[in-house]
Design a protein around this ligand. Structure first.
Ligand SMILES: [Zn+2]
Length: 472
């Protein structure tokens, strides 16, 4: 991207096709972040953002990106539902117009939230006029991996006034972090897409009418280009949420074109009010950071950590499996929770000495457990050789002999054969788990978790080119 700043005016050549055609788009970038503009009573942040996006797009507003759906650090207990923040990125003709567009969004958000008011929410909108500064980009990326404090968010707002305009009707500033993070995190590295289809208002709250057979068919036909549509182990459709929100279903995939193909395969018994494609950090593992040692596995962060099994897996009440790994620096508990289903049977096979790389978010210690990594994926790097010592086999009849007493060798209870010189024999235990990657079934996946099917499909940049029909 080439951009020359003249005051607030920039020339943007982000749109590759237009740039090739020699057309330059001039204007002022306007980035609008939303967080927590929803409530358990209905309505959601993506619904509001998509409403504005579709409306503006119809009015001819130039979008410089798909609406972004940025999933924030899932290890933070005070997160909002799903912990997703949204941003819209457009080009305004002038600084004044950008300000007006921001005001328009704020008044729409205000009435949306008024309709769905809820005391536990902290709805926020944050507009940034102009090119997003590096400091805000860094904060947006950190909000996915780490803890960003409200004071940091407030100091960024103060520093960039009047280019930053914020709005909230809540005394809590929590949502400000998400709204700013959505502006700052430009999904410049690995990213995926989600096509979200919405229900018409008459259907909100009623059971969703989606033909499951068509979803399995879609999954087959778009294999490799979409993911986490269904769970074959549980024979379950995963694209539809439960609960009263206005989303009918969401299809996640690698490219916008594949999502539209998938959309056309799905059959529903209710109308689709609208659909829109988001660009997102879902299924990218962006929340995980490789740590040098276990001492760096801080609570409220996501980690990739190497260690040796130091305590055998045990199943606790509720069906959760707990083990521990250690390195030269310390020891940490690792938990595979009940909802991870068959994944637990793999974890249960691990033995002390096995070398593993664990992926997950770190919970702080409590009175009942130590610092714990909630396991999202595991890579078994080296299985230890577990040796069992067995009694020798009788050379005469082939049965296993019994000890004649300490230092007195073994005897055969069946045929009476005795061997005072015999001793136990070492047998390497056959392991029923394989080295390599293991992951939970699709139904146990959370938004940011990258499925193994995506390995090798990671993107390291975004072309800036949007398909023509990204909503309807
Ligand atoms: Zn014998």
């Amino acid at each position: 991207m080439v951009g020359a700043a003249h005051g607030f005016t920039q020339v943007v050549e982000k749109d590759g096709l237009r740039a090739m055609a020699g057309l330059k788009l001039s204007g002022v970038e306007l980035h609008i972040g939303f967080d927590d503009v929803d409530s358990p009573r209905g309505g959601c942040t993506t619904d509001l953002a998509s409403e504005i996006a579709i409306n503006w797009s119809k009015r001819g507003v130039k979008f410089i990106d798909y609406p972004n759906l940025v999933r924030l650090n899932p290890a933070i207990p005070w997160k909002t539902r799903g912990n997703g923040a949204l941003s819209l990125r457009v080009l305004a003709e002038s600084y004044e117009l950008a300000k007006e567009m921001c005001s328009e969004v704020i008044s729409i958000a205000e009435s949306y939230v008024a309709e769905f008011a809820h005391p536990k929410r902290s709805p926020h909108v944050a507009c940034f006029i102009g090119r997003v500064p590096g400091e805000l980009e860094a904060m947006g990326e950190r909000a996915v991996k780490d803890v960003v404090l409200i004071d940091e968010a407030l100091s960024i707002v103060e520093k960039y006034l009047p280019k930053i305009i914020t709005w909230s009707n809540s005394s809590s500033k929590r949502g400000l972090i998400g709204a700013l993070a959505a502006v700052g995190n430009k999904l410049t590295k690995d990213h995926t897409y989600e096509l979200i289809a919405y229900r018409s208002r008459d259907y909100w709250g009623a059971p969703r009418l989606i033909d499951p057979v068509s979803v399995f068919k879609m999954d087959e036909e778009t294999r490799g280009m979409t993911f986490l549509n269904v769970d074959r182990e549980a024979n379950r459709v995963l694209i539809a949420p439960h609960g009263p929100d206005p989303i009918l279903f969401g299809i996640r995939g690698e490219e916008p074109g594949a999502l539209i193909k998938a959309l056309n395969v799905i059959e529903t018994g209710e109308p689709i009010a609208k659909w829109i494609i988001f660009r997102t950090n879902q299924a990218t593992d962006e929340h995980l950071r490789r740590v040098k040692n276990l001492c760096e596995a801080y609570a409220y962060t996501g980690v990739i950590a190497l260690g040796k099994i130091s305590r055998s897996p045990r199943t606790i009440a509720g069906g959760h499996v707990i083990l521990a790994i250690a390195d030269e620096c310390g020891e940490i508990d690792v938990a595979a929770y009940e909802p991870t289903g068959s994944f637990r049977s793999i974890v249960k096979e691990l033995r002390p000495g096995d070398v593993v790389e664990v992926y997950g978010v770190v919970r702080p210690p409590s009175s009942t457990h130590g610092r714990t990594i909630n396991l999202e994926k595991i890579r078994i790097i080296k299985l230890s050789e577990a040796v069992k010592y067995l009694n020798p086999v009788c050379p005469k009849c082939g049965r296993r002999m019994t000890s004649s007493g300490r230092g007195k060798g073994f005897k055969c209870a069946h045929c009476g054969y005795k061997d005072p010189a015999a001793s136990k024999i070492a047998v390497v235990e056959k392991r029923s788990v394989a080295e390599g990657w293991h992951q939970p079934p699709p139904r146990a996946f959370k938004h940011l978790m990258k499925p193994l099917e995506r390995f090798g499909r990671e993107k390291n940049s975004w072309s800036g080119v949007m398909i023509e029909k990204w909503h309807s």
